[in-house]
Design a protein around this ligand. Sequence first.
Ligand code: PRP
Ligand code: URA
Length: 215
Amino acid sequence: MNNTNKSIIINDNLIKLKVSKLRNVNTGFADFNKNVVEISSLLMAHISPEIQLKETTIDTPNEKTTGYELKYPIILVPILRAGLGMLEGARSIIPNSRVGFIGVQRNEETLNPEYYYDKLPKVDKNATVIILDPMLATGGSAVFAIEKVKELGYKNISICAIISAQVGIDRIFKDHPEVTVYSAVLDRQLNDIGYICPGLGDAGDRIFGTDNYDN
Ligand code: PRP
Ligand code: URA
């Protein structure tokens, strides 16, 4: 099987309903955040092929049977700030997930990511690393995060986004073709200031209420 350039657009009706809430300019930050949390839990069900299991023996009340546990650690890596909105939902559904942080902010003029922080767990290099960011636009922030994670020797890396643009997905595959990209939806294009269209605006601002809307 060809394991490169794997872009998975998740076709899930429940997620589509919730993404519609995010797109709506009249959705206030509390409701916006709630929907990001819920979408993130639902997305984790779709990324479960990334999780490797090993068999174990379990005593049921009746007899012994085969059960499963994690083969390798799982590390969730939200890209600060907006990725934090996805952490709660993702972590609530993935047992024993560790968390690493990468802080980057897009420069509004150049659109290049500017680094400000990182703190990542140092565990088994076979760990499954899932990078969380609601928006994959030019792909610059995601590529930066992948490189930080790879510096520590991790090789099983995927990205989980809510809205992606094809240009961002292509940018990831150019340098990191083995990374799998999961997107709840794929949008049409970037506008001339680098925002995804139709999109949802600035995800970080809308999650944390730092936007200029009144709701
Ligand atoms: C947003 C978003 C991504 C990035 C995507 O973050 O959460 O991290 O932009 O754009 P890119 O694919 O072109 O790099 P932003 O830099 O606005 O920071 P914030 O999360 O602090 O709002
Ligand atoms: N970052 C956002 O928050 N929104 C976009 O549309 C693009 C980048």
